[in-house]
Structure formats: C-alpha cells, structure tokens
Design a protein around this ligand. Sequence first.
Ligand SMILES: C[S@@+](CC[C@H](N)C(=O)[O-])C[C@H]1O[C@@H](n2cnc3c(N)ncnc32)[C@H](O)[C@@H]1O
Length: 261
Amino acid sequence: MNGEIRKFIFKDLQTVDGYIDPPDALVFLALLQAQNTHQLSGGIAEIGVFYGRSYFLFRKVCGGSEKILAIDLFDIDQEADEAVTQYSRFIENGERLHLPVDQDLVIRGDSTQLRPEDITGKIGQTRFFSIDGGHMLHHVVSDSALALGTLAPHGIIAFDDTFNPAWPEVTVGVTDVLRQRQDELATFCMTKYKTYVCRREFHDFYCRVINEAPDLYAFGHLETDFLGSKAIRLHNPMARRMIYEMMVRSGMRSLSERVYR
Ligand SMILES: C[S@@+](CC[C@H](N)C(=O)[O-])C[C@H]1O[C@@H](n2cnc3c(N)ncnc32)[C@H](O)[C@@H]1O
C-alpha cells in the first residue's frame, strides 16, 4: 500500500474545502499509478477545481513534472473589495501543502467556451480528465465533448455527481453521452459519487486495475451492467462510513485511514 500518499489523502487533503472523498481519492490513486506503471502517458485536466482538493491529489500522486491543467471560473467568493478570492485560496492551499500550482496551466474561464485545442495546446492529449464543473445539462454535454476531443486512446474520464438526486441533469447528460457513444465508450467503475469511463479497448485493462489495486481491497467489488458494459461498483458499507465519520469528528483523522485498509 501507499503509506505516504494514503496519509496525505486522509489527513492533508481533508484540510482543503472540496468534494472528493477518500474512496474516490483511492480510485484516482489506483488508476494514475497503473497508468504510470504501464507508461500510459498524457496530460491531466480538471474542469471544476473549486479550492483544489482533487487537483492537489493529482499533484501529489503524479509529482511536479506532470502537466496538470486546472479549469474553473474561479468566481466564487469574488466580491469587488475582497482580497481573498476562490483563486487566491486555491493558490494558498498549494503553498501550504508544498504543492505549488503551476499558474501557466490554469484556465480561468467558462469551460463551455473552450475548444479541445485550448487544452491539448497546453498539455497534449489527456490520460485522465475529471469533469466536475457546471452541473446543468448543457455544461455536461459541452464538457464531455471537450474532454473526448482531448482524450488519449487510453484516457479516462471521471464524471462527478452522476446519479446524485441533487443534480439530475448530470445524470441525464452523462447517460446521453454514454448511449450516443456506446460503441466507443465503456464504463468500468462506479462509486457512490463518480462514474469512470474509458474507450472500449481499455475496458478490461481498467477493470483489472480496479479489481487488483490493494488500496481498493476494503471495498465490496460488485458487477453492474451499464449501457453495454460490465462496470465494477465499489461498495462502501454504511458501517464503515459511520466509523470513519465518528473518528474524523472526534479528532482521529490520522487514524481514520486504518478503517479503509
Ligand atoms: C463542485 S465544485 C468542484 C469540486 C472539486 N472538483 C473538488 O475536488 O473539490 C464545482 C466547480 O465548478 C466550477 N464551475 C462551474 N461552472 C463552470 C464553468 N462553466 N466553467 C468552469 N468552471 C465552472 C465552479 O466555479 C466550482 O469551483
């Protein structure tokens, strides 16, 4: 197991306001490391950075030399007279975690206005693309097309908030794309919050990665049929989630990692 990175996921990363929780952080870790091992190279991109919780995970797992592109409107907290903004908090989080943001690889703007070349021109084809920006149908349709236009043959797209009843248009958008491109795309993993997709040729490879990653042994691995693919649904039992929450709330964050072994 990855002792140091797991400590980072369960402790340091939780000091950044944001939404990726430890189970999906462990999935990101397993996938990125498998790509590294098999020389499946390429850039990494995220739409919807917020304060950088997923971005700093990418930085920690992949090191400083990888090209990681951060795309966000960065307009939360943006009052005319406020010195602290979403963007300044993102940059400060990087300094505090000793993972400084490469500001040449930040796009501050509306992802729906970007073309694939705006991304590939900066980081080349992508091996991992996280979509967690605007949550309405037109955002998801546009961001999916953008990501697919940059994706390396072995690339992965991680869609956030799929099947979250708070964001029904994300569900519609993701399922529309997967149905329209059923011959090309396959879902290989699903968690409570995210759906992981790749090109069909790499489906078996990424299923094996998910099944064999020691960092994911703690989860139940269940098979789910989804739009022509067998996806591995990682099940995180309620009892474990409760123990984890109790530990975090009673100040035992460092030890909470053990619950997920
Ligand atoms: C749920 S947060 C992302 C959480 C983040 N991935 C994490 O790990 O903590 C959504 C982000 O999407 C950004 N966003 C919303 N609409 C966008 C758009 N059209 N283009 C770019 N970013 C957008 C928001 O500014 C916000 O920071």
